[in-house]
Design a protein around this ligand. Structure first.
Ligand code: NAD
Ligand code: TYD
Length: 339
C-alpha cells in the first residue's frame, strides 16, 4: 500500500505518520510538507530513518510539482492534513489560508483524480459549523456557518472535496474533528502555549471571560479515527470526530488543570481582550463514526493532559527552539493590542 500524508511535519500529521508506521508496518509512507513556520522535520526524526517513511518538501498548491509527485508516487491512499491552521493568524492575514487550504486542496484533488488514487481522506474541523449555544452538538448535517477566515477556508475545501465525490465519483471522505492536543503541538495554540508559558513563569493570556468551551481529543485517538475512515469509511460521507464528555471544558478549567499539574500559581493567568468573533462553544456528536466504524474516544482528558504535560517537560529543547526568532514577532503582534 502506497500512502501519502500531507502536512506530515505538523502536529497531527506527524502523529499520524508515527501511528501508521506502528499500526500498518507494511505500508510505504510518503510524508509531504512545505515546512512552513508550523512544520518541523524533528517531529518525524524517529520514523524517517526507517525505509518505510520518506519525506518530500513540496507545496500542495504547486500544480506541476503535485502532478509529478502523483505520477511517480502511484499512491493508493492520501491523508490530506496540510493547512494553515491557526485562527488568530487567519485574522491577521487570510491570504495563505485561501492559497493553501482552498487552492492547495483543489490541486491535490486534481492530481489524485488524474493519477487514479483509490481513496482520499480530507481532514477538516468542527469549526466549519460555527458556534454553538450552551446546549446541543454538531451533527454531520449541521449547516456550515464558519466565523473565522480559517474556518471559512476549511469549509470551502470540504465542499470542493464533496463536489469531486458527486461530480467525478471520486472516492473521498471528509472528517471534522474537535480540538486536538498532545505531543508535537505547536506552542501558539491554547494547551501547548499555556503549558510552556507556565513552565517559563510567563503569563497565560486567557481571551475574554475564559468561558469559551472546547471539546478536546487526544491526538492518537484522532489518528485511530482517521485510519478507520480510510479503511472502512464510505465515499462522499462526512464523519464527525469528537472528544468524550469529560473533555468538554471552558478554557478557564483547562488553564487551571495545566497550572495544577505543573504546581504553578493561578496568578499567572492574565485575562486579555477577546478574539474577534470568538466562537463560544464547540461540541461534536460523534455517534455516526461510533455506529458505522466502531470508533470512540479512548483517552480521558486528565490522562491525556498528564501525558502531554510530561511530554513538554521532557522535550524542552523542542519547544524552546520554536519559541524564538520569528515566533517572538508573531507573539508580540498577536498579544500587543489585547490589553
Ligand atoms: P499544523 O499547523 O500543526 O500543521 C500543518 C502542516 O501543514 C505544517 O507542517 C505546515 O508546514 C504544512 N503546510 C502548510 N502549508 C502547506 C503547503 N502549502 N504545502 C504543504 N504543506 C503545508 O496543523 P495541525 O494542527 O496538525 O492540523 C492538521 C490538519 O488537521 C489541518 O488541516 C487542520 O485544519 C485539521 N484539524 C486540526 C485540529 C487541531 O485541533 N489542531 C482539529 C481539527 C482539524
Ligand atoms: P486555539 O488553541 O487557538 O484553538 P481554536 O481557536 O481553533 O479552538 O484556542 C482554543 C481556545 O483557547 C479558544 O477558545 C481561544 C482560546 N485561547 C486563549 O484564551 N488564549 C490564547 O492565547 C489562545 C491561543 C487561545
Amino acid at each position: 500500500m502506497k500512502v501519502l500524508v500531507t502536512g506530515a511535519a505538523g502536529f497531527i500529521g506527524s502523529n499520524l505518520v508515527h501511528f501508521l508506521a506502528q499500526e500498518r508496518p507494511d505500508w510505504q509512507i510518503t510524508a509531504l510538507d512545505l515546512l512552513t513556520y508550523a512544520g518541523n522535520l524533528k517531529n518525524l526524526s524517529s520514523v524517517l530513518d526507517s525505509k518505510r517513511v520518506s519525506f518530500v518538501k513540496l507545496d500542495i498548491a504547486d500544480d506541476k510539482a503535485m502532478r509529478r509527485l502523483f505520477e511517480e508516487g502511484k499512491f493508493d491512499l492520501v491523508f490530506h492534513l496540510a493547512a494553515e491552521s491557526h485562527v488568530d493568524r487567519s485574522i491577521m492575514s487570510s491570504f495563505e489560508f485561501v492559497r493553501t487550504n482552498v487552492l492547495g486542496t483543489q490541486v491535490l484533488l486534481d492530481a489524485a483524480r488524474a493519477h487514479g488514487v483509490g481513496r482520499f481522506v480530507h481532514i477538516s474541523t468542527d469549526e466549519v459549523y460555527g458556534s454553538l449555544g450552551p446546549t446541543g452538538a454538531f451533527v454531520e448535517t449541521t449547516p456550515l456557518d464558519p466565523t473565522s477566515p480559517y474556518a471559512a477556508s476549511k469549509a470551502a475545501s470540504d465542499l470542493m472535496v464533496l463536489a469531486a465525490c458527486k461530480t467525478h465519483n471520486f472516492n473521498a471522505s471528509v472528517t471534522r474533528c474537535t480540538n486536538n492536543y498532545g505531543p508535537f503541538h505547536f506552542p501558539e495554540k491554547l494547551i501547548p502555549l499555556f503549558i510552556t508559558n507556565a513552565m517559563e513563569g510567563k503569563k497565560l493570556p486567557l481571551y475574554g471571560d475564559g468561558m469559551n468551551v472546547r471539546s478536546w481529543l487526544y491526538v492518537t485517538d484522532h489518528c485511530d479515527a482517521l485510519l478507520r475512515v480510510a479503511e472502512k469509511g464510505t465515499a462522499g460521507e462526512v464523519y464527525n470526530i469528537g472528544g468524550s464528555e469529560d473533555a468538554e471544558l471552558p478554557n478557564r478549567e483547562v488553564t487551571f488543570a495545566i497550572l495544577d499539574m505543573l504546581g504553578k500559581s493561578r496568578d499567572l493567568i492574565q485575562p486579555v481582550g477577546d478574539r474577534p468573533a470568538h466562537d463560544r462553544r464547540y461540541a461534536i456528536d460523534h455517534s455516526k463514526i461510533t455506529r458505522d466504524l466502531g470508533w470512540t474516544p479512548r483517552t480521558p482528558f486528565k490522562v491525556g493532559l498528564e501525558q502531554t504535560v510530561t511530554w513538554y517537560l521532557e522535550n524542552r529543547s523542542w519547544w524552546e527552539e520554536i519559541k524564538s526568532g520569528a515566533y517572538l514577532s508573531y507573539y508580540e503582534k498577536n498579544y500587543a493590542n489585547r490589553g
